[in-house]
Design a protein around this ligand. Structure first.
Ligand code: UDP
Length: 238
């Protein structure tokens, strides 16, 4: 293990959208392969890593029509989307030569293990990559909150949020070209300014656990490796 590394136990949140590549929907094989190779490069540094993946490339609870009557059904479908993405990532990690397992917040024993903090920690200690599927297991939450929760439970020293922007801006940089970009910002400022980087529950949890959140673009090849090495373009919330 390189002692210079800023973070040695990380929780990586991969947005569902990051997996669809240029397709506009679904899972792109090349993107999965690239991300998994980048994860393998980090593991070879001795970094322990847990992963939470979103589901937005397949399904979001609030997007479904039947959810007008029964919103919980939509959220259940969203959580199942995160399980599908987790299976794809797990496959990619095995291909990349890593030891990996999926632990789901919703039991589905024919497909993967159920989440247990104790078992997850044992896997972490063995150097296995653990993918935490199905978010928090409860409707109305997001996978960002799931990631914050697992980061606390796994005693991680950072939550890395890999998304399609290279940091936190005062407004959406695609819509507001002169939006201010932050290199560093506090959890309180994110909450006070109402910045839409993560939902309030996720920011509150990471603030409570004193866990820095590093927002970077996982679309940029090599960015993950640089961020883990304390370099690269990102915003740090601490
Ligand atoms: N979801 C949920 N509980 C959770 C995590 C996720 O109900 O703990 C549902 C929610 O409907 C959400 C969907 O799963 O819209 C997909 O997750 P998310 O939107 O966080 O995915 P991302 O935007 O990161 O791809």
């Amino acid at each position: 293990m390189n002692d210079e590394l800023p973070f040695k136990n990380i929780l990586l949140k991969v947005s569902g959208e990051a997996l669809m590549g240029d397709q506009g929907f679904g899972i792109e094989r090349e993107t999965i392969e690239r991300i998994c190779e980048e994860i393998a490069a980090i593991v070879s540094l001795g970094v322990r890593i847990g992963i939470v993946v979103g589901g937005g490339n397949l399904f979001r609870g609030k997007d479904v029509k039947i959810a007008d009557e029964n919103r919980v059904a939509g959220h259940h479908m969203g959580m199942l989307a995160t399980v599908m993405n987790s299976i794809a990532l797990h496959d990619g990690l095995l291909e990349a030569g890593l030891d990996a397992r999926i632990m789901s917040a919703i039991a589905m024993p024919e497909i993967c293990d159920s989440f247990s903090q104790r078992e997850a920690r044992k896997s972490f200690d063995k150097g296995e990559v653990v993918i935490f599927a199905a978010g928090t297991g409860a409707p109305y939450f997001t996978t960002d909150t799931g990631a914050a929760l697992r980061a606390l439970e796994m005693d991680c020293d950072a939550l890395l949020k890999g998304t399609n922007v290279d940091g936190i801006y005062s407004a959406d940089p695609k819509k507001v070209p002169n939006a201010e970009r932050f290199d560093e910002i506090s959890h309180n400022e994110v909450l006070e300014k109402g910045l839409e980087v993560m939902d309030v529950a996720a920011v509150s949890l990471t603030k409570q656990g004193n866990i820095p959140v590093v927002v970077f673009s996982i679309q940029t090849p090599g960015a993950l490796f640089e961020v883990v090495n304390g370099k690269g373009r990102c915003t740090i919330v601490r």
